[in-house]
Design a protein around this ligand. Structure first.
Ligand code: SF4
Ligand code: SF4
Length: 365
């Protein structure tokens, strides 16, 4: 494990940024944090969470797919894959890092692979950061996410795998770095000289980090929304949950604004559009939302015409469909963004509580 004084953290950032673009949470004027590129003078924000998640780096809200320039007889296809260069994302919390693995299963672990997402995943190095505190809306513990070991992932069957390339911890004026993958080791090796000249202890004792991990675990154990009962959310209960009368009531106040899907680190739907550039056509994709009225609208009809059906789709996907397909892993990471940002106070905790209170659905009390 490598220990660097927090006062020298900017030297580490400068060393990384000299080789690759470096992004991290940065405080905005309104006090909230968003990811931004590091440059001299940019300060890392220790805010509990960013407004938008880190998924933007691998699944940006708008992404060019390709461009065709010229005429029908003489044209050139420009592939945008080539534009992606190596980059590093620092300060990713365990919840957001787990979310990458949820998207990986859909876009990488089956055919066809999403080559645009794959390209960004290959080029990106993820440096996770342990959370010393939990926001009142955090409930990562519910999904077995270990905020004290932010790069250690686990699926719903208990299988462990890395979700970050380097783990970091910050406490008492020091920052500790621990490589968790080959990519992470390579990055730390590439800045060894700069770490040494920043006075880093390249073989630091781990006891302070172990103590901090125990403290973090105790904090995360007290997350007030993490004690939900998820026993009803099984594949066997798919039909009873889907047919629950409660959806109409729950969705009554949903505006269909899509905010919950845009801030959610695990929402991954997109739409593909073409634009006439004047010299050809550009094909690009943008985030889409299952909460929108025209989502999956087809020539024949729209399969979900009422808002409650769209609302139900979002939560059925996270709590029933996804775990049924992918190793019993829920597609929520308890980041709490939907609790913070829904203008009408709808969120996944309310859905879990409401379904649990529906006695027509079998499950442990
Ligand atoms: S649940 Fe809330 S944030 Fe999501 S679409 Fe409805 S009103 Fe908007
Ligand atoms: S559903 Fe809500 S709490 Fe869960 S990952 Fe998405 S935004 Fe975070």
């Amino acid at each position: 494990m490598i220990k660097v004084s927090e006062a020298k953290l900017n030297d580490v950032f400068a060393a990384i940024a000299a080789k690759q673009a470096l992004y991290m949470p940065v405080e905005k004027k309104d006090g909230e944090a968003e990811y931004a590129q590091w440059a001299e003078g940019v300060e890392y924000s220790r805010a509990q969470n960013t407004v938008r998640s880190a998924k933007d780096f691998f699944f940006p809200k708008k992404e060019d797919l390709y461009e065709i320039k010229g005429t029908s007889k003489n044209f050139k296809v420009i592939d945008s894959h080539e534009k992606i260069e190596d980059f590093v994302v620092f300060g990713v919390k365990a919840c957001d890092a787990k979310a990458f693995s949820l998207i990986d299963r859909v876009y990488l672990n089956q055919n066809p692979v999403d080559s645009y997402y794959e390209n960004r995943r290959k080029h990106g190095t993820v440096i996770t950061m342990a959370c010393n505190e939990a926001a009142p809306t955090c409930f990562c513990k519910l999904f077995d996410i270990d905020a004290a070991n932010p790069s250690n992932g686990k699926d719903g069957n208990g299988k462990e795998f890395p979700i970050g390339d380097i783990s970091t911890w910050m406490n008492d004026g020091n920052v500790w770095f621990e490589a968790k993958t080959e990519k992470g080791t390579k990055l730390l090796d590439s800045i060894k000289a700069e770490l040494t000249s920043a006075g880093a202890d390249m073989d630091a004792e781990t006891a302070p980090v172990e103590k901090l991990k125990d403290e973090i675990t105790a904090v995360m154990d007290s997350q007030k929304f993490a004690n939900q009962n998820l026993s009803k959310f099984t594949h066997e209960n798919l039909n009873p949950i889907f047919n629950s009368e409660t959806w109409k009531h729950m969705a009554e106040s949903c505006l269909g604004c899509g905010t919950c899907t845009y801030v959610c680190p695990t929402c991954m739907c997109y739409n593909i559009k073409d634009m006439d550039t004047g010299t050809g056509i550009k094909r690009f994709r943008t985030w889409d939302s299952c909460m929108y009225s025209d989502f999956t609208k087809m020539a024949a009809a729209n399969p979900r015409t009422q808002q409650y059906q769209k609302f139900r789709q979002r939560f059925m996907h996270k709590l029933v469909y996804y775990p049924a397909r992918y190793e019993n892993t829920f597609a929520c990471v308890g980041c709490g963004r939907c609790l913070q940002k829904c203008p009408t106070h709808n969120n996944i905790i309310k859905v879990i509580e409401t379904i649990n209170a529906d006695d027509s659905i079998k499950g442990d009390k």
